[in-house]
Design a protein around this ligand. Structure first.
Ligand code: IPM
Ligand code: MG
Length: 395
């Protein structure tokens, strides 16, 4: 056999293993039960997992705000906070795993998780090129929906992104094949089950919240098989919601239309495959003040994880500016956590306080440097603002 023929045979074997694993995953989605009912639990366990870089700093601040808001529930034993260390890049690199086994075990003993950013290695870094901890966690806990809200009232922007979170270009993103020196292949995965569940969640949300329209974003004219399937399934699910308008956009023109002041007001709910969802939500967050202001909820049937949409900013740590990191993304993620566990009033209170602190009153401003306030000072400011709001309501 020639060398080239041997490389092709090796690649085919790897490809076969990937196909079998993905087929098994698709079948296991069908077996998963319904969403966990948090009200039926004796005790809800909230994991607090700091990550690395600025992660531990901004996570600690958000956990402090959550502990303050849930003090009553914690005193009654209904809610318990559990700190989970060990998701640092140093530990992950040492064991050569995206999530060390003991950390995964601890994560699985929680119901919901507040997770700080984690450094994602790429080829050429000093770190081994292991899979991203975010991506691995989304897969390991089957957090299939990534919800990312973006709101700028004065500009008429009120968007909710439903990014598919376990499939597409990410499903086997770290298992592509270098067939030969000159040929590399990655794979994109779409399953019926995976597409249906994200579409259903988006349309159910639109129905519940009275949203007028769902936009399905793909590149189905070029990526015909996987994007084509995703689009077909979303449209089929959409046809069960006749009161909600559905439109479809290609990712390139959707990206352009987000900066078209008139057209962008017409968007409401989006459904996107994983990679387009990653890209478009960073763009969308920019209208609201940047990725530092945006939180995200990773929702599955059994677990849910709440995080910032940005990375771990190792440069801030290297430059000794960690204490000036902006906790707003994690605080926004905390709003989503509260609302996911049924604490809607507390979620609304924190959201209102954040709007006041970030956009209206702005008594303290985060700049990421020592000409602005620290992360902890901002946390205090948010808590004082909540106290003010609560006493105004009581009085
Ligand atoms: C995000 C991030 C991650 C992603 C990275 C860190 C792997 O950009 O949550 O959007 O691509 O999903
Ligand atoms: Mg991203």
């Amino acid at each position: 056999m020639t060398n080239t023929e041997q490389s092709i045979q090796n690649a085919i074997q790897k490809f076969e293993a990937l196909i079998r694993a993905q087929q098994a995953r698709a079948e296991s989605i069908r077996q998963t039960g319904d969403f966990v009912d948090y009200d039926s639990l004796d005790q809800l366990v909230i994991g607090v997992c700091g990550g690395d870089g600025i992660g531990p700093i901004i996570t600690k601040e958000s956990a402090r705000v959550l502990e303050y808001l849930l003090a009553g529930q914690a005193a009654e034993g209904k809610v318990v906070f559990r700190v989970i260390d060990g998701l640092t890049i140093e530990n992950r690199a040492a064991v050569g795993k995206a999530i060390p086994d003991n950390v995964l075990e601890e994560l699985k003993a929680c119901h919901v998780i507040l997770k700080g950013p984690t450094t994602t290695p790429q080829a050429g870094d000093p770190w081994p090129n292991i899979e991203s901890a975010n991506v691995a966690m989304r897969k390991a806990l089957d957090l299939f929906a990534n919800l990312r809200p973006v709101k700028v009232e004065k500009d008429g922007i009120d968007w909710t992104f439903f990014r598919e979170n376990t499939e597409g270009a990410y499903a086997v993103g770290s298992q592509g094949v270098h067939v030969s020196e000159d040929l590399a292949l990655d794979f994109c995965v779409t399953t019926t089950e995976g597409s249906e569940r994200i579409a259903r969640l988006a349309y159910e949300y639109a129905r519940r919240c009275g949203k007028p329209k769902v936009s399905i974003i793909t590149k189905a004219n070029v990526v015909k098989t996987t994007d084509g399937k995703f689009l077909d399934i979303c449209k089929r699910v959409g046809s069960e919601y006749p009161e909600i308008a559905t439109d479809e956009w290609y990712i390139d023109i959707a990206t352009a239309k987000l900066i078209d002041e008139k057209r962008r007001r017409g968007f409401s709910v989006f459904i996107l495959p994983n990679l387009y969802g990653d890209i478009l939500t960073d763009e969308a967050a920019e209208f609201q003040g940047g990725v530092g202001t945006a939180g995200s909820a990773n929702i599955g049937k059994r677990y849910a994880m709440f995080e910032a949409i940005h990375g771990s900013a190792p440069r801030m740590i290297r430059e000794g500016r960690g204490q000036y990191a902006d906790p707003c993304s994690m605080l926004r993620a905390s709003v989503m956590l509260l609302s996911h566990i049924g604490q809607r009033e507390k979620a609304a209170l924190l959201e209102r306080a954040l709007d006041i602190c970030m956009f209206e009153e702005k008594k303290l401003v985060i700049t990421g440097r020592n000409d602005g306030c620290t992360c902890a000072e901002f946390g205090d400011y948010v808590m004082e603002t909540m106290e003010r709001l609560a006493s105004k309501k009581a009085g």
